[in-house]
Design a protein around this ligand. Sequence first.
Ligand SMILES: [Zn+2]
Ligand SMILES: [Zn+2]
Length: 361
Amino acid sequence: MSSSPGRGTTLKPMPGTYTAVEVSAPSELRVVERRVAEPGPGQVRIRVEACGVCHSDSATVEGLFPIDWPRVPGHEAVGRIDALGPGVQGWAVGQRVGVGFLGGSCGYCEFCRNGDLVNCRNQEFTGVQSDGGYAEVMIAKATGLMRIPDDLSSAGAAPLLCAGLTTFSALRNAPAKAGELVAVLGIGGLGHLGVQYARHMGFEVAAIGRGTGSAELAKKLGAHHYIDSAASDPAAALQALGGAKVILITASGGKTLAATFKGLRPGGISIDLGVGPEPIEITSMDLIFGERKVAGSLTGNPATGDATLRFSALSGVSAMIETVPLEQAAEAYARMMGGKARFRIMLVTKDGISRQTSVSS
Ligand SMILES: [Zn+2]
Ligand SMILES: [Zn+2]
């Protein structure tokens, strides 16, 4: 599916108000009308077309982070720039852009000055400290924006801004070379993209899941091997394949990392992407003899986001999605949290729906 050109698109005049879904108190999502605001210095205003419902949204909805209520969640937003704030350069009205979890770096802290934008000390999290994409309109910092290629639909691109970027960036920065064994643990929102990226990056890919239910899907996504962690010891199964150079942990829980750690070959690394309170119990013996490593990886910088989107468009990697109208966000969120969403749920706005119809006709 192709979309209309990235630049120079004329937008309908902005009405005075827009629909948003905000969290007014822990676990209370409600549909509200808000007044349209002007973007401040360094910010852009975006007409949102689609926004993914991600498990990390629970940090806002359940109030796990300190939240200044009310707050609009959502950090997988795609839309068109509608207005540029003072001082914004390099972006144009009508251009289709994406906003991920990291809300934009400051440019002046020690980490920014060293080129480490992910760890900027003055960066807000989208949908946590600033309003996110469960809305028809959002305001975002220009330094956090990503470019959406014309050959990706808005709903198709949105999950790549968080689940896609997180797995792509971790694999791209990992030490594995083409042909080496890379394992992806978990075949959910992150893992089903991780398996596809690993395959298209040229690795031998082992997918690890619980039970036989995901075996067929894993193979379809490009895994060469499927390991059922309920039926066999996943570490032994990886060693039988020669040992993994990289294990990507996409499920939360320290136990899953520990249970697969011995499946690493010497010099291998286990990269944790799933946040959880559980400690990771591995022995110093297993760490030292074989010089194995454990690391965490936090999403990625905007340029890597651009690369994620381009790579996905070129290789045909895509998220499995279902779309629902923005107004049904509360129900969609509950379904995702209850593990009942078969695919990644995308909230689409009226702008998103009208553009979808206009491009597919
Ligand atoms: Zn996310
Ligand atoms: Zn900074």
